[in-house]
Design a protein. Structure first.
Length: 102
């Protein structure tokens, strides 16, 4: 299943004033830093011969996908919500050193 983009009607959207304020009047950015104990996760992944970084990116993406505000985006100038987030993993190619997306 691929992600579906559903446009938001800005005229009737309940968050339109807050969205305008934080994107036009006073643009802001945010970041979150927290400490996580990943000991059990690392052990489980190692036992399954899976790499930590791709699993970590997938787990974080899965967690933030449950918050609709984090699925909000503009696509071709249209504001909307994605039905899901799909992680993309950069990978350094061995042949020529270029970067590819998986």
């Amino acid at each position: 299943m691929s992600a579906v983009f559903t446009p938001v009607d800005r005229a009737s959207w309940s968050r339109r004033q807050a969205f305008w304020y934080y994107t036009e009047a006073a643009p802001t950015a945010y970041s979150v830093t927290c400490r996580l104990d990943v000991t059990n996760t690392r052990q489980a992944l190692k036992g399954a011969t899976l790499r930590f970084f791709p699993a970590y990116v997938w787990l974080v993406t899965e967690a933030i996908s449950h918050q609709s505000a984090f699925r909000l985006a503009e696509r071709d100038g249209v504001l909307g919500h994605w039905s899901e987030l799909v992680p993309t993993y950069p990978r350094l190619c061995r042949e020529d050193g270029s970067t590819a997306l998986l």
